[in-house]
Design a protein around this ligand. Structure first.
Ligand SMILES: [Zn+2]
Length: 620
């Protein structure tokens, strides 16, 4: 085995944030985007007569199709270059948030992104407006067949489309409007200081204390975070109102032909049908007691009457023997072993990621918090970022991100337009990878304490996915509905959040987190609304898929790989129908996954009871 690297090496792309080639690439991109815009400009006129573009009737059809194929090739090159540069700049900033030259490129990159969207808008709108016959003939051409899913999916938004001028105006204004609100949230969160047990600290450090083994420290951290956000509640409320107000205003203008419902828009972005979302939420609501039971059993382990919001993230009170000293190499070996149970290639892949220097996990000063998987476009290479300090949680995070990386890796030979998958399907491979590792660990665990430490994480996931995520969904729905009627003040947001928690948590928590609308970053992401249910979808979908291993045996790995490869070119309903012959619009599919969660919560409850019995026995 070659030497494993804990720091990534991206020097093949640029030598650093001060590489003079960055400015050259940016200049080139500006020119290329300008050229794309020039080539798309004639489509403004074509849109006016879009209906007349019928193959066999309109002599211009062939010329226009040839132009589209050529613009498409050019677009791919631009996207690949933009992505390589973007991934490189953010890779520098993740490791060193203080890198001023990297930070200075960010606004330019955001601007270039908006300019590309604007440049292509006439073509994109044309493709949405032309008759079906034009699209059928166009997609028969091998140069553009990779656009098939993308175009057909966009065409479903036909009724909501505005004129080219209006679409360009919205995209342009959003850079300094809508998205500035999102940036402002990040600035605010970055500057906020919390007072915790006499120490002043930033939010990231404070959030880490929510998993502290000492309950009083967790409680102090929770109150500290709450107080910090309360001191800025007016600003945070203005942010949420502005983001949602902007979206509602845009939706109003798009609803001339028929109403564009905010959940339909979200479902379209998630590549699922509204019926699937409704079934998912309803079925989960009926079984919310599974997550609530997990919380009650966790309370028993913590020896408290009832869980509080500051307990839900607590680390398992029974530490694994090896906790806090699993070296990075050992973690890769452990993950690789677990992955190999599914397929040797997947096991080798985990090792390769570390050998090639595609993971950055070494704790260093000034690095950013959190973990993510990303990837360069030319050549297709995944990257994983996290801070590895040797805890069992770190091992699981690493497994999770390597799962994402595997997903990208099995798609590396597909045309780029078929590789971007929706959020609903994005968490499939990551949670699947986590489950592989957790199951391997559980099998190896030879004492009740070790077993409890692992099943504790299962219980924590059950509570978070089956209760917390739906409570966020409940809140966001209420927020959008209320915002339609006017500005929602901070006090009303607090009440709304508490009520939403009540619906899902009921009496499984002693308090509800009424400042969660401010402290949870997800509600203030400007690019996407309803950044919540896709996690629940991914969790249940991945567990359901995992359970199919028994049914398919040796054939499973191929089925799993084929399924992952289709995630960028099909709706979720079609992917599941094709590979598993099941219908996710029906409750049965979700009930089967919920039964798996129920089983793992039961296993946890049983362990808790056995250990409680032992303790009582020992005292007697
Ligand atoms: Zn993930």
């Amino acid at each position: 085995m070659a030497q494993l690297q804990q720091t990534w090496n991206n020097s093949q792309f640029f030598s650093g944030s001060d590489d003079p080639r960055i400015a050259t690439v940016v200049d080139q991109l500006k020119q290329d985007i300008q050229a794309l815009g020039d080539r798309c400009a004639p489509f403004v006129d074509y849109i006016e007569q879009a209906e007349s573009f019928v193959p066999g009737e309109n002599p211009e059809v062939e010329t226009v199709m040839a132009a589209i194929a050529s613009i498409h090739r050019q677009r791919i090159t631009v996207i690949e270059q933009q992505r390589n540069l973007g991934v490189f700049i953010s890779s520098i900033l993740s490791v060193d948030t203080q890198d001023k030259s990297a930070a200075a490129w960010l606004p330019t990159l955001q601007q270039l992104g908006a300019e590309r969207t604007q440049a292509l808008q006439p073509l994109n709108i044309f493709l949405i407006r032309v008759p079906d016959a034009f699209i059928t003939t166009l997609l028969d051409k091998s140069e553009v067949e990779d656009l098939s899913f993308y175009i057909n999916h966009q065409r479903q938004r036909r009724d909501f489309l505005l004129s080219v001028a209006q679409e360009k105006l919205i995209t342009g204004l959003a850079v300094n409007g809508l998205h500035s609100w999102g940036n402002l949230y990040d600035d605010l969160a970055g500057d906020l200081k919390c007072d915790i047990e006499g120490e002043s600290m930033g939010l990231a450090k404070a959030a880490n204390l929510l998993s502290h083994p000492q309950r009083s420290t967790r409680e102090a951290a929770w109150h500290g975070i709450r107080a910090a956000w309360s001191s800025r509640e007016k600003t945070a409320a203005t942010l949420l109102n502005s983001i949602n107000g902007w979206r509602l205003e845009a939706a109003k203008h798009r609803s001339q032909k028929r109403e564009m419902h905010y959940l339909d828009k979200s479902c379209h972005e998630s590549c699922i049908e509204r019926q699937t979302l409704d079934t998912l939420m309803q079925t989960t609501y009926e079984q919310r007691s599974i997550g609530q039971r997990a919380l009650n059993a966790m309370a028993q382990v913590l020896e408290i009457d009832c869980m509080a919001p500051w307990d839900t993230m607590a680390a398992a009170p029974v530490a694994m023997e090896t906790e806090s000293d699993i070296g990075f190499e050992a973690a890769i070996a452990l993950i690789s072993d677990a992955f190999s149970r599914l397929s040797p290639e997947m096991g080798e892949f985990a090792v390769m990621m570390a050998e090639k220097g595609w993971i950055d996990a070494k704790p260093t000063p000034n690095r950013t918090t959190g973990a993510y998987c990303t990837g360069f476009s030319m050549p297709r290479e995944p990257r994983v970022f996290m801070t590895y300090e040797g805890t069992m949680n770190n091992v699981m995070t690493l497994a999770h991100e390597l799962g994402h990386a595997w997903h990208n890796w099995v798609m590396r030979d597909l045309p780029m337009m078929r590789t971007s998958y929706p959020m609903t399907l994005a968490e499939t491979a990551s949670i699947f990878a986590e489950t592989l590792v957790r199951d391997a660990l559980l099998e190896k665990a030879d004492t009740p304490e070790k077993k409890l430490a692992i099943t504790w994480q299962n219980a924590q996931s059950a509570a978070s996915f089956l209760v917390n995520i739906p409570a966020r969904f409940e809140f966001e729905k209420r927020l959008v509905e209320t915002r339609k009627k006017g500005f929602v003040v901070a006090d009303a947001l607090k009440q709304m959040m508490a009520n939403s928690w009540q619906v899902w948590y009921e009496d499984s928590l002693s308090h509800y987190d009424d400042m969660f609308w401010a402290s949870k970053l997800h509600f203030s992401i400007s690019q996407i609304g309803f950044y919540n249910y896709p996690y629940l979808f991914g969790y249940l979908f991945s567990l359901g898929l995992y359970a199919q291993q028994n049914t398919y045996g040796d054939r499973f790995n191929q089925l799993y790989t084929d399924l992952l490869r289709d995630t960028g070119s099909m709706t979720a309903e079609a992917v599941v129908q094709k590979h598993l012959q099941q219908d996710i619009r029906q409750p049965e599919f979700w009930q089967a996954s919920l039964a798996i969660v129920d089983g793992s919560v039961r296993q946890f409850e049983q362990l808790v009871n056995e250990m409680a019995g032992q303790t009582t026995g020992a005292i007697a």
